[in-house]
Design a protein around this ligand. Structure first.
Ligand SMILES: NC(=O)c1ccc[n+]([C@@H]2O[C@H](COP(=O)([O-])OP(=O)(O)OC[C@H]3O[C@@H](n4cnc5c(N)ncnc54)[C@H](O)[C@@H]3O)[C@@H](O)[C@H]2O)c1
Length: 247
């Protein structure tokens, strides 16, 4: 088991990529704390699934945009499990619109969720990780943060911001035994892409050299590796999981 006796906190894990990361982490031996903006039917089923695997699961209803709430959540995780080893900043949204039509609200929503949300949780976790001289931080970015994307000024800017945040955290936190890496997925089959117009999906699929979209598992397997001691000498990296979509 790659994550035996670890404690992981994953944001926005009710469904999609975050949920799969929670499941794969539990299978590798980690107890799981996870958040989402609202408790819903998926919350209970994920708790059940993790318990069936044989690990503990605790849920916090929390909006990642809320700085104070992030502190409360992290404190709650430490009270429950005694420590926090691994943080995955997964919660994210998109509000796609061309720049000349994008509202201030659409810009702020995406930047606050996808970028500030990660800052909030890193800021809250790092004091505990520093005390242990150990930590693994994984930010879920996107290939569109690396290349830009028509209709995604807010999202691409937030995901590019995560790249700078990841590299800076790697530099600042390395001496405390904390690594910080990012995963940049291409199109992954989750609810996030289900409402995209079919021509956008077709075009994206054609961009991949493997001729298919990824699954949440494809991202989760890399997250397991980056969270494990096997990745102990990797930090400040942005690793794509995109079927060659970016090439
Ligand atoms: N699906 C893709 O193609 C793709 C590609 C690249 C990157 N990503 C990134 O992967 C991550 C997960 O996306 P997904 O595809 O699983 O999407 P998803 O919509 O299936 O899941 C996102 C989760 O985040 C939660 N969330 C949203 N706003 C929140 C908030 N303010 N506070 C707490 N939780 C919140 C949602 O409730 C949901 O459970 C996101 O950061 C996304 O940008 C996804």
């Amino acid at each position: 088991m790659l994550l035996k006796n670890k404690v992981s906190l994953i944001t926005g894990a009710n469904k999609g990529i975050g949920r799969q990361i929670a499941i794969e982490f539990a299978k590798e031996g980690s107890d799981i704390a996870f958040t989402d903006i609202k408790r819903d039917k998926n919350t209970g089923s994920l708790i059940e699934e993790i318990k069936k695997i044989g690990k503990k699961a605790v849920f916090f209803e929390a909006d990642v945009r809320d700085f104070k709430r992030a502190e409360e959540v992290v404190q709650g995780v430490v009270e429950e499990f005694g420590k926090i080893d691994i943080l995955v900043n997964n919660a994210g949204i998109n509000r796609d619109r061309v720049i000349w039509k994008m509202s201030e609200e659409e810009w702020d929503m995406v930047i606050d969720t996808d970028l500030k949300g990660a800052f909030n949780y890193i800021r809250a976790c790092v004091p505990y990780m520093r005390k242990m001289s150990y930590g693994r931080i994984i930010n879920i970015s996107s290939i569109n943060g690396l290349r830009g994307k028509f209709g995604q000024a807010n999202y691409s800017a937030a995901k590019a911001g995560l790249v700078g945040l990841t590299k800076t955290c790697a530099k600042e936190l390395g001496k405390f035994g904390i690594t910080c890496n990012a995963i940049a997925p291409g199109m992954i089959e989750t609810d996030m892409i289900k409402n995209l117009p079919s021509e956008v999906l077709e075009e994206a699929k054609k961009e991949t050299v493997l001729g298919k979209f990824g699954k949440p598992e494809d991202v989760a397997y890399l997250a397991v590796f980056l969270a494990s001691d096997r990745a102990g000498h990797i930090t400040g990296e942005i690793i794509k999981v995109d079927g060659g979509q970016y090439i």
